[in-house]
Design a protein around this ligand. Sequence first.
Ligand SMILES: Nc1ncnc2c1ncn2[C@@H]1O[C@H](COP(=O)(O)OP(=O)(O)OP(=O)(O)O)[C@@H](O)[C@H]1O
Ligand SMILES: [Mg+2]
Length: 319
Amino acid sequence: MIQVEALEKVYPGRKGQAGVKAVDNISFGVHEGELLGFLGPNGAGKTTTVKMLCGLIRPSSGRIFINGIDLLQRRISALADVSAVLEGNRNIYWRLTAQENLEFFAAVRGLNPARLRNEIGYYLKLFNLTEKRDVEARKLSRGMQQKLAIAVALISQSKVVLLDEPTLGLDVQASYEIRQLLKQIVKEQGRTVILTTHDMNVVQDACQRVIIVNEGRIVANDSVHNLLDLFKVKVYRITVQGGLTAEQRQALLAMEEVIIEEESPIQTAISVRLEESQILYRVIGVLESNHSPIESIDQDQNNFERVFLQILEGGSQGA
Ligand SMILES: Nc1ncnc2c1ncn2[C@@H]1O[C@H](COP(=O)(O)OP(=O)(O)OP(=O)(O)O)[C@@H](O)[C@H]1O
Ligand SMILES: [Mg+2]
């Protein structure tokens, strides 16, 4: 559905200054019906990539195909299949009500008026906005505005939906709802979705595959499942009563798998990254050397956040 080849974007610099290479030779494809997460630290080039995919900015080089159509050669036909929500909620009109926004954008996209009523009712209900249908967009809460913006993108029926940080600034409940909705529209309607996010819950919960970019380059492109597997690291958290002696502290700090997370005269918490089981015994040995009473040893689940940080630290594993 989407094919990106050797895409690059250099933003020109100001007089005399060097430009910024925001996207540096990236290639990837997205299947129909796939929900792809696009991750990376601030400034990695995510928004720039999304803007190129929806035709807002022109690549410096490379090619983009949407449903087989060359976006740079046949812009209008290629973009007929794309809708996007950028930077929160810019694609809705503040002075139109929720319902009017949906009507307007459906009409702009040439949706058949006979189907319109049903569709609008469907999306208002799906996004829990039925009660707010006659409220002006500017008077909705941030989360509701965000949901309306996504609904507007969906009502166009476009096969490809691009969402730049769809859950940014939303509360836990709204973020959860949006995740469920995205999964639903991919599953039920076979849409193809690319979303950028810093929210690891979104990744773990909703995305099938992720592409991780750093400094404009792809450093990983794999299923969430595989990446979690590939970086299977157990982390144990050990809590002991009281503080540590200077010798204990020194011995623990010398082990690179160990982090002293907190230390006070009352309680000390240590986390141990477990690449091999020996390390846990060595840590316990250090604690026993001064008879520090161990209160608990808990296993922490490996999560996508840790995987993400490891990939960024370790370079190109999995790419
Ligand atoms: N209009 C612009 N003009 C010049 N440089 C830009 C412009 N937009 C972005 N950049 C630069 O391009 C790089 C990538 O920015 P981009 O917004 O794509 O990052 P991002 O991955 O979306 O980051 P974030 O997670 O903070 O949203 C950054 O170095 C940024 O400063
Ligand atoms: Mg961005």
